[in-house]
Design a protein around this ligand. Structure first.
Ligand code: GMT
Length: 377
């Protein structure tokens, strides 16, 4: 592979895992020499540093008085077409079928078929939106008319096929971590501010949507704390946060639970913890558990969606049925009270994250798809 490509990337710039994957992939592609154009409605939140071959094009939505709803999708399609023509893009890599792939396909119709569309499915298109008959045909269309489609787990591919009766090829490309950022940080001084030396720290990071089952985090922690003196750190914000506050209060755990809000330096925060909790109802992959794994922190999670493809039960964490907080607590206690087992798990986490889910390999897999659809090499 030698030709450098001109790649447009569209994602939700402020949204969790999909935004992280899209942004970090864009930065890695730029590092390898490709020209990368982010075309989004806001600056992607992890697009921190200035790099000469990364460009940002803001999608501005017209607020014309006849529009009852500002037409974001049309503004995006129009911007994608403009940038594609102006910068002579080879392809658009869009994250989510709705609305981004639909907009990219429209842009392609405007500028010509030389422009290719690669769509990555992260979950919600399939697990939530595809259940809605009013738009499921649009999602089907976006998937079938993309030049290539990738999904972040085998389970998401299966669900896409079953829910939408999709027959076309879908490439599996898991989420990845950059081990230059996600490694066990030395936080021994900082840790003293959160927990006593004999206490363990459990952590949960999410957007507190109902699908994350954050109350299960509280119940699991409560059971763990009865056997192993511990602290629980919550990172993030979202709709279920007030229920969490209420339950923590009811259980008298206020002095045990730390609400950190949104945090930028996730690798450092995770490094404070001994165990990640991810009891989701649905989770197409679970990037946050991979980030924890890469910092040497095992996860106790549910066996939902793609989580079992990431966590090897008994080696890099544990899996229990959705809602089975007793089993989750028992697994956490098992690992936290057996130093030899815990050390083995930590080593297995680092190995698996840095070998199986390493950024170099996943970036290469995306490049392979780009070369396949553009016919360049
Ligand atoms: O977890 C979320 O609610 C955020 C969501 C997103 O759109 O960023 O994350 C999804 O995409 C991530 C990146 O591929 C996956 O690691 C998450 O598992 C997935 N979330 C769900 O499936 C709920």
């Amino acid at each position: 592979m030698s030709d450098f490509l001109k790649i447009g990337i569209t994602c939700y710039p402020t949204l969790g895992g999909s935004g992280v994957v899209a942004t970090e992939l864009g930065m890695l592609l730029a590092e390898k020499g490709h020209e990368v154009h982010f075309i989004t409605h806001g600056m992607p939140f992890r697009l921190g540093r200035f790099v000469k071959n990364i460009f940002y094009h803001e999608v501005e939505v017209p607020d014309y008085h006849v529009f009852r709803y500002p037409p974001y999708d049309l503004a995006l399609a129009s911007k994608l077409a403009q940038v594609a023509e102006l910068k002579d893009l080879d392809l658009l890599h869009v994250h989510y079928a709705i609305p981004h792939a639909v907009c990219a396909i429209l842009a392609k119709q405007m500028v010509g078929s030389k422009l290719k569309v690669v769509t990555t499915l992260h979950g919600t298109d399939i697990t939530v939106l595809a259940q809605d008959q009013s738009i499921s045909n649009m999602i089907q269309y976006a998937i079938n008319d993309s030049d290539a489609v990738t999904a972040v787990s085998q389970d998401l591919i299966r669900e896409t096929r079953e829910t939408l009766d999709i027959k076309r090829d879908i490439d599996l490309i898991y989420n990845f971590v950059d081990k230059r950022i996600y490694y066990p940080h030395d936080v021994s001084e900082l840790r003293k501010e959160f927990a006593e030396p004999h206490e363990k720290i459990l952590i949960h990071i999410s957007n507190f949507r109902p699908v994350k089952r954050v109350l299960d985090v509280v119940e699991t922690f409560n059971l763990v704390n009865q056997q192993v003196p511990s602290k629980l750190m919550f990172v993030g914000e979202g709709p279920e946060l007030s229920k969490v506050h209420q339950r923590v209060n009811e259980l008298g755990l206020n002095d045990r639970v730390i609400f950190c809000g949104k945090q930028d330096d996730v690798a450092k925060v995770i490094s404070l913890a001994d165990m990640m909790l991810l009891p989701s109802e649905k989770e197409s992959f679970g990037l946050v558990a991979l980030e924890a794994m890469s910092c040497g922190v095992p996860t106790v999670g549910s066996n939902a969606g793609g989580i079992p493809e990431l966590i090897v039960h008994g080696q890099t964490g544990y899996l229990a049925d959705i809602g089975d907080v007793k089993a989750m607590a028992a697994y956490a206690v098992k690992a936290l009270t057996d130093p030899k087992l815990y050390a083995e798990m930590k080593a297995a986490c680092l190995f698996r994250a840095h070998h199986t889910f390493c950024n170099d390999y996943m970036t290469y897999k995306y490049e392979e798809i780009y070369y396949r659809v553009t016919g360049k090499e």
